[in-house]
Design a protein around this ligand. Structure first.
Ligand code: PAF
Length: 271
């Protein structure tokens, strides 16, 4: 990978990078298109990162569809697909390896119910950036907290990588595209679109002047429960810091995480 990057960079070409865990869907393909627009060469990585999965999470069952993924990327003028093994990335036991962690932001919202998850994300993204040395990296905004955390890591550690976020791609009923949607049965799949409906209705309420965010969050939780979700959180936060909004906060993010059976779904919108 480094030899290839060196060849490209020494002839003055720029490199765009899309890190993924594979099982590529339309949302990922949008990221690749964006990287293509912004750089001469595009690298996509596929690595199901064990460090970002908790003990009882879906690491073993996470969909692995390497051949189909490569076929999809062939149609999109990707210059290289980087598929490291777990030994390449973690030559030692994970708990004996160095890590990178963004404090505080990694322990709120999804970080509160998935301890260690964001440490796993920032560590692997750091390693991938060190290998691929991209000029820009493209991430989906469906994982909004992840985007903000990686952006902070890049800023804090002075990494020479431009961070680009791409808007969520949705199914026709509004459900955000996600590899985990494949876990849903038919009935759950229908229920799942409620998340986006609730996000949109909270957004409308705020645009119409409501400022009682705690009450709005509570109403959102109630609506999710009513249609069969076990909500983790509904949160209205400052879109830049993910902190509780202050009077002067200009941009808000409304974020939801909720369980439908054994599947944990997340989504967000900003205003
Ligand atoms: O969003 C993902 O697919 C993963 O968290 C990432 C950024 C590829 C790191 O493993």
């Amino acid at each position: 990978m480094r030899t290839l990057i060196h060849e490209w960079k020494s002839s003055g070409q720029t490199v765009g990078f899309v890190p993924t865990m594979g099982n590529l869907h339309e949302g990922h393909l949008k990221l690749v298109e964006e990287a293509n627009k912004r750089s001469d060469r595009v690298v996509v990585s596929i690595f199901v990162n064990p460090m970002q999965f908790g003990e009882n999470e879906d690491f073993d069952n996470y969909p692995r569809t390497q051949e189909q993924d490569i076929e999809k990327l062939k149609g999109l003028s990707t210059d290289a697909v980087f598929i490291p093994s777990a030994d390449d990335i973690y030559p030692e036991q994970i708990d004996r390896s160095s890590f990178v962690e963004v404090p505080e932001l990694s322990t709120i919202l999804c970080g509160a119910s998935r301890p260690g998850h964001f440490r796993g994300v920032t560590t692997v993204v750091n390693k991938l950036f060190n290998i691929v040395q991209p000029d820009c990296a493209v991430f989906g905004l469906k994982d909004y907290q992840q985007f903000i955390i990686i952006k902070k890591m890049v800023d804090d550690l002075k990494m020479p990588v431009q961070m680009i976020g791409v808007e969520t791609v949705r199914e026709s009923d509004g459900l955000a595209k996600s590899s985990r949607n494949g876990y849903l049965n038919q009935q759950q799949r229908q229920q799942a679109a409620t998340i986006y409906e609730i996000l949109r209705s909270i957004k409308t309420e705020i645009q119409q002047g409501r400022k009682d965010y705690l009450a709005l969050e509570k109403e959102g939780l109630g609506q999710l429960e009513k249609v069969g979700f076990k909500p983790d959180y509904v949160a209205i936060r400052c879109a830049e810091s993910l902190q509780v909004p202050a009077a002067e906060t200009r941009t808000l993010a409304i974020l939801v995480a909720a369980w439908l059976g054994n599947t944990r779904l997340i989504d967000n919108i900003r205003l």
